[in-house]
Ligand binder design. Structure first.
Ligand code: SF4
Length: 401
């Protein structure tokens, strides 16, 4: 046992729990809640940092991406969202295939490896404008469009699609899997309370926890590497956050397909119903990230650095091992007011914390050689980018950092 940690733990009121973790024993929900309520943040951070090193060595990854904002029309209304637009707004986006391929080709020139495809939830269910947009290219649904455009992105550029389309069916997942190396769906929260009157998901049927949990499980049944996560600070109780972490752990123990958990801190946006709702404090968010590492020591845990622009290096101490997707050429269309950090600066800060920054694909190394998780159609495109450690070959990005 690391002696510095051992000394600090002995003096801590939560020493019994911390010692259990050091011995690689699982903790209970009550233990985790006790950690979240504890004031001894230093001991908790020391432990999560040690667990990160134990299971993830000294590497922090990121995925070099282009952000394809295929449409920001959405059938739902979450009270914190400024991404969704109505058809009559000037900032509404409905991308044509030619625009998407043009952007992907620029991404290729900048040595991106990920084509992140993001859209609102089934816009065609609400808006005739969305149906007309899809119809002109011969599609009845957004998913049909993304299935075909994913194939074209791969064949024209070699970039690897990762789509976030909200609640999709098993049949839709099967079609997307052929040309998507992974899919994304934020659980956000499994609290039914958040769908009640006056709560953030009151007008967002797609955020109904039981539906969303089923999508996460279906991805497991379909052997699809899935990125999911929690949106921290939208009104959940501490108990609910701990429950969500254990829920993701349990699902992953059953299906073994959650490739990473994003912990995203809520940021209030002007012109939303939650504009005056405070974001979580840095210390509280740090503790949640630490506890996530403690509950799931082997999981890939990510925080988006652009949402904590002044403090993101502190999350290395909390045990993260990934900075998520970062784009050298496109903005974060969901949080356009928060710029991605410059990749060189991110590397500098990561190295200051005695970690090595490495680029990964939108599929994590541990899923690349796992039977049936990558479609045969994608195999060669994946192998093109990676070295023996299944991360992006270092030479591929040298001149582009
Ligand atoms: S489902 Fe997504 S895009 Fe639609 S309103 Fe909610 S957060 Fe915004």
């Amino acid at each position: 046992m690391n002696s510095e940690i051992s000394i600090s733990i002995k003096d801590s009121p939560i020493s019994e729990i911390l010692e259990k973790c050091l011995e690689n024993k699982s903790i209970s929900k009550d233990d985790a809640l006790c950690l979240l309520e504890s004031k001894d943040i230093i001991s908790i951070l020391k432990l999560s940092s040690l667990l990160k090193t134990r299971f993830k060595k000294d590497v922090i990854t990121y995925s070099r991406k282009i952000f394809i904002n295929i449409t920001n029309l959405c059938r739902d209304f979450c009270s914190y969202c400024t991404y969704r637009k109505n058809p009559f707004e000037s900032s509404t986006v409905m991308m044509k295939p030619t625009e998407i391929i043009k952007l992907a080709k620029i991404g290729k020139k900048f040595h991106c490896t990920e084509a992140l495809i993001v859209a609102g939830e089934r816009p065609e269910d609400r808006y005739k404008e969305a149906r007309e947009w899809l119809g002109q290219f011969g599609y009845n649904s957004l998913v049909e469009y993304v299935v075909d455009i994913s194939e074209k992105i791969v064949k024209d550029t070699g970039l690897l699609p990762h789509s976030n389309l909200g609640n999709i069916t098993r049949d839709e997942m099967k079609l997307l899997k052929t040309y998507n190396v992974s899919l994304g769906l934020m659980l956000e929260s499994s609290s039914e309370r958040l769908s009640e009157k006056g709560m953030p998901h009151e007008f967002a049927s797609s955020k109904k926890p039981s539906n969303r949990i089923e999508v996460v499980k279906n991805a497991g049944r379909m052997k699809i590497p899935l990125t999911t996560g929690l949106l921290i600070g939208i009104g959940q109780t501490e108990d609910e956050i701990i429950n969500d972490l254990f829920l993701l752990k349990t699902i992953n123990m059953e299906f073994n397909n959650i490739q990473e958990i994003i912990l995203q801190n809520f940021q209030p946006k002007i012109n939303t119903r939650m504009k005056d709702f405070p974001s979580p404090t840095n210390d509280y968010f740090l503790k949640i990230v630490s506890i996530a590492r403690i509950i799931m020591p082997e999981m890939n845990i990510q925080i988006p650095p652009n949402l904590s622009p002044t403090s993101y290096s502190s999350f290395i101490d909390a045990g993260i091992n990934d900075w998520g997707g970062i784009s050298p050429i496109t903005i974060d269309h969901v949080n356009p007011e928060f710029q991605w950090p410059n990749i060189k600066k991110l590397q500098y800060i990561t190295e200051l914390m005695h970690q090595r920054l490495r680029a990964r694909l939108p599929v994590y190394p541990e899923f690349i050689d796992k039977h049936d998780f990558i479609s045969p159609q994608l195999r060669n495109y994946v192998e093109n980018f990676i070295g023996f450690d299944r991360l992006v070959k270092e030479g591929y990005l040298d001149e582009f950092r």
